[in-house]
Design a binder for this molecule. Structure first.
Ligand code: G6P
Length: 459
């Protein structure tokens, strides 16, 4: 196996059993994830820890080039050079019960409702005790740029951080799609901070872009959900989301926990850089502590999404519009709808509507508008009027009870008011539920949508 693995090229994870040695199994990986479990009666190998939860909660996450031999009650590990080392096992705090639907119709529905708890778990311990970011104060004070790297839904969480962090940190902050960033010969150096954001910590594009950033001398942090995953092992420091196990392929609780974790991280960075006094920080953390309650309120305010879904589940297209910090939520709302209901959906910054998408609007086009009093309210209101004037079929999610809106459409969902950094969190809930109920009524495979994977470990 050592010789074979040394010669193999590309990304792989392999498990080998020999007919003459049926109680022994050898595994190795390069690029693709591989996780091992060892019990007195058997050894297990899988690409992902959740697959083994029915058997064990103690996992050895293999690194690239490592080789493991499992025999009942025994695990032996070798590094890429053939040197023997101790197999380290980590206990994941997941209950096997999480891997059951517990009365919900789909895992995604259950995971959407678990969000108040997941957000609370993410903030607990980490809210008041500063997380050790593994970076010295001097490096943080000398930063000249911050880059957030991610794919898919995690990228949308990074876009929210881009809006929130830049005024807070006073340096350019940008969110980048890892698959593009990686090949762009980015200008990075020792004064750059690169934050990789990934639920799994194993998405290949994110990992490779992260490695590229490290090779160019950037300081690095990871925000991840899976303890011990590749991204967390390679970063200077880690902040974990504590969403627990998410089985639905389309992200829900792992996204909202990223939103709170990134805001918490932004506040910590600002404090370390001396841009927030202890009082300002305490005031912000007090507001952040309201997050679980706000998510719970948003869940009850979102009951109406079920009725909306019964009206709109036959639609062919949808347009999602918003401004400011809600624009990334429009992107995420459209992505959720595409992923699980297979309805074509596009998102646009509402101010860009006049440069193209307005041509798409007629009475056949459902337009989901996200409107908050914290985000250019009057300008957004003017955009809503424009959609109405073109006979667009308006659905408005809003935290302002404005009679003007009710005159324009009967489909207004009123959401709880939140401090500005938590507005995206509140709005993400009805967007998930709308997509979920539409997909359910269309009879798609909500938890395992066609062509999609939970973790993409190939390019
Ligand atoms: C896949 C999943 C998405 C997820 C993306 C990034 O495409 O289907 O739900 O957002 O990967 O995953 P990550 O684990 O890096 O957050």
């Amino acid at each position: 196996m050592h010789r074979a693995v040394a010669r193999a090229e590309g990304a792989f994870a392999v498990a080998v059993v020999h007919a003459d040695h049926p109680t022994e199994m050898v595994g190795a990986r390069l690029g693709s994830p591989l996780v091992a479990g060892a019990l007195p009666e058997a050894g297990f190998l899988a690409s992902d820890a959740p697959a083994l939860l029915g058997h064990t909660r103690d996992f050895c996450f293999l690194k690239d080039g490592e080789l493991i031999r499992l025999r009942p009650g025994q695990a032996e590990l070798w590094d890429a050079e053939g040197g023997k080392k101790e197999a380290q096992f980590t206990t994941v705090p997941w209950d096997p019960l999480t891997a059951e639907r517990q009365g919900y119709r789909h895992f995604m529905e259950k995971e959407i409702h678990e969000q108040p708890q997941a957000v609370a778990d993410t903030l607990r311990d980490q809210l008041w005790a500063p997380v050790d970011l593994g970076l010295e104060k001097e490096a943080l004070c000398n930063l000249d740029q911050v880059v957030l790297l991610a794919c898919g839904t995690s990228y949308h969480a990074c876009l929210v951080a881009e809006y929130l962090w830049e005024p807070l940190l006073g340096v350019p902050v940008r969110a980048e799609l890892a698959s593009e960033f990686r090949y762009r010969q980015p200008a990075l150096g020792a004064r750059s901070l690169v934050v990789g954001v990934s639920q799994s910590g194993e998405t290949l594009d994110t990992l490779m872009a992260f490695r590229e950033a490290k090779a160019r001398g950037a300081r690095t942090l990871a925000v991840a959900n899976i303890v011990g995953s590749a991204l967390t092992r390679e970063a200077d420091g880690v902040l974990y989301t504590r969403a627990g196990l998410e089985i639905g392929v389309a992200a829900s609780k792992t996204f909202t926990t990223q939103l709170v974790a990134l805001w918490l991280l932004g506040l910590q960075l600002a404090r370390l850089r001396g841009q927030l006094s202890e009082q300002e920080l305490a005031a912000q953390l007090d507001e952040l502590a309201r997050a679980p309650g706000l998510v719970a309120e948003a869940l009850s305010a979102s009951e109406r999404t079920e009725d909306l879904a019964s009206v709109y589940h036959g639609s062919k297209d949808a347009l999602y519009l918003a401004r400011g910090i809600l624009y990334p939520m429009a992107m995420e709302g459209a992505l959720k709808l595409k992923e699980i209901s297979y309805i074509h959906a596009e998102s646009y910054a509402a101010g860009e509507m006049k440069h193209g998408p307005i041509a798409l609007i007629d009475e056949e086009m459902p337009v989901v508008f996200l409107l908050s009093e914290t985000e250019l309210l009057e300008k957004s209101m003017a955009n809503v009027e424009e959609v109405h004037a073109r006979r667009g079929d308006l659905i408005v999610f809003t935290d302002v009870d404005d009679p003007r809106l009710r005159r324009l459409t009967e489909h207004v969902v009123l959401l709880p008011k939140a401090p500005r950094p938590l507005v995206p969190l509140v709005f993400s809930i009805p967007l998930q539920l709308l997509a979920y109920h539409i997909a359910r009524l269309r009879g798609t495979d909500v938890d395992q949508p066609r062509n999609l994977a939970k973790t993409v470990t190939v390019e």
